[in-house]
Design a protein around this ligand. Structure first.
Ligand SMILES: C=CC1=C(C)c2cc3[nH]c(cc4nc(cc5[nH]c(cc1n2)c(C)c5CCC(=O)O)C(CCC(=O)O)=C4C)c(C)c3C=C
Ligand SMILES: [Fe+2]
Ligand SMILES: [Fe+2]
Length: 344
C-alpha cells in the first residue's frame, strides 16, 4: 500500500537555550551541513558555535514562537492535516532534526500498512544541506528499521510550472495592498563550497555570472541555478520588468564565503539607490520559520528602515495555502494511480 512521508527541517522543542542546544548540535553536526572532517566539525560546532549560539538563537526563537509551538512545525502540521483531507493516501510528517523524527513518521505509515512511500522533502530546491540530507537520512532509517519499504523521492520542484503558478499567485496576493518599487527574492544561503561539491561535472559551477545560465547537467544539483531559475519563472509569470526584481541570499555563518549578494547588505544598499518601498519574498522555504519571521520580517524591516527605507513588507511563505495543498494532493494522487511523478 502507498503512503506519503513529508519531511521538513525541524525546530527545537522550546525557545530556550537548553532545548536549542541539542537541536543545533544534531543540525550542525550533520556532515552535509558543516561539511568538514568530523574532528574539525567537533571543534567548530561543539568547541566554538555551541558555546554562544544557543542563547542567541533561543532569544530569536522566543520572538517568533507561537502558543501552539514552533511556527515551522505548526505550519507543517496544518499543511499535512489539509493534505489528508484532499487525498486517500496516508500522510505522515517527520522532521530531519529534533524530536519529530523520520523514524516515527515511517512507523506511523507502517502501522497503517504502508510499504511503498513517496518521500517529499519540503524544499523546492536541491541542496546537500537540505534536500539531500533528508533523502540520505530517510534511506538510512529505512535500511535499519524498515528494510521491506520502498522509497521514491519527489524531485525538487523549483521549476514545476504548476508550483510557479501557485507561488506567483500567492506573491500577487501578498502585494495586493502594497505599493513597492522593488521585489527581493531572498533565498537561504549556503557556502559557495557546497555548490562546487554538488557539481557532478567538477568544472561547471564557477559561481560567476554565467555558469548558472549556461545549460548543464550540473543544474540538477546547483542550488544557485535553481534559485535564479525560479525567480525568472515567477518574474515572467507576474510579468514584472527585470529591474524591479532581484535575488539575494540570507542566513550565513561566519568564516566561509557564502552565496552572494547577502540579503542584509541589500537592505542597506537599496534605499541609497532610491529603492525605498521594498517587498521581500522567501521562496526557499515552504513554511514560515525563524529565518523568515525573525530574520526577514523583523530584523530585515529594521535594517531597511534604518538605512533610509520607507515601507517594507515580507510576503508569507505558502504555508497551508489551499492551492498549494491541492497541487501536492494532485502530485500524490498521480503518483499513486499512474506511478508518475510531476514534471520538473
Ligand atoms: C552551515 C550552516 C547552514 C546551512 C548550510 C543551512 C542550509 C539551509 N537551511 C535551510 C532551512 C532552514 N534553516 C533554518 C535555521 C538554521 N539554519 C542554520 C544553518 C545552516 N543552514 C542554523 C544555524 C539555523 C538555526 C537558527 C539559528 O541559530 O540561526 C531554518 C529555520 C528552522 C526553524 O526552526 O524555524 C530553516 C527552515 C535550507 C533550505 C538550507 C539550504 C538551502
Ligand atoms: Fe538553515
Ligand atoms: Fe550553477
Amino acid at each position: 500500500m502507498k503512503g506519503v512521508l513529508l519531511v521538513n527541517l525541524g525546530s527545537p522543542d522550546s525557545p530556550t537555550a537548553k532545548d536549542v542546544k541539542p537541536y543545533l548540535d544534531e543540525f550542525l553536526m550533520d556532515e552535509r551541513v558543516i561539511d568538514v572532517p568530523k574532528w574539525l566539525r567537533n571543534i567548530l560546532v561543539r568547541g566554538i558555535i555551541l558555546q554562544t549560539r544557543p542563547k542567541k538563537s533561543a532569544e530569536a526563537y522566543s520572538k517568533i514562537w507561537w502558543e501552539e509551538g514552533s511556527p515551522l512545525i505548526v505550519l507543517s502540521e496544518r499543511f499535512s492535516e489539509k493534505l489528508r483531507k484532499h487525498t486517500q493516501v496516508p500522510v505522515a510528517l517527520g522532521m530531519r532534526y529534533g524530536s519529530m523524527t523520520i523514524k516515527s513518521a515511517l512507523q506511523e505509515l507502517k502501522d497503517k500498512g504502508v510499504d511503498d512511500v513517496l518521500l517529499v522533502p519540503l524544499y523546492p530546491h536541491y541542496a546537500m544541506s537540505s534536500f539531500e540530507t533528508v533523502v540520505v537520512k530517510t534511506l538510512e532509517v529505512k535500511d535499519e528499521f524498515f528494510p521491506g519499504m520502498k522509497i521514491t523521492t519527489l524531485p525538487a520542484f523549483y521549476k514545476n510550472l504548476d508550483y510557479i503558478k501557485v507561488l506567483s499567485e500567492s506573491i500577487k496576493e501578498g502585494l495586493k495592498d502594497f505599493e513597492y518599487d522593488h521585489l527581493l527574492f531572498s533565498y537561504h544561503g549556503i557556502p559557495e563550497r557546497h555548490i562546487r561539491k554538488s557539481d557532478p561535472t567538477n568544472f561547471h559551477c564557477k559561481i560567476d555570472s554565467s555558469c548558472c545560465s549556461t545549460n548543464s547537467v550540473a543544474h540538477h544539483t546547483c542550488y544557485r541555478h535553481q534559485c535564479y531559475k525560479m525567480t525568472e519563472l515567477v518574474r515572467n509569470y507576474m510579468n514584472l520588468p527585470e529591474e524591479k526584481v532581484s535575488v539575494s541570499f540570507q542566513s550565513r555563518l561566519p568564516n566561509d564565503p557564502w552565496l552572494k549578494p547577502y540579503t542584509d547588505f541589500e537592505f542597506e544598499r537599496f534605499p541609497k539607490e532610491g529603492k525605498k518601498k521594498l517587498a521581500v519574498v522567501t521562496p526557499a522555504f515552504v513554511s514560515d520559520c525563524l529565518e523568515t519571521l525573525e530574520e526577514i520580517a523583523m530584523e530585515g524591516k529594521h535594517q531597511f528602515t534604518e538605512a533610509g527605507g520607507e515601507s517594507y513588507k515580507h510576503i508569507p511563505c505558502l504555508n497551508d495555502n489551499d492551492a498549494w495543498v491541492s497541487l501536492m494532493a494532485q502530485w500524490v494522487d498521480t503518483w499513486e494511480k499512474e506511478h508518475v511523478l510531476p514534471q520538473t
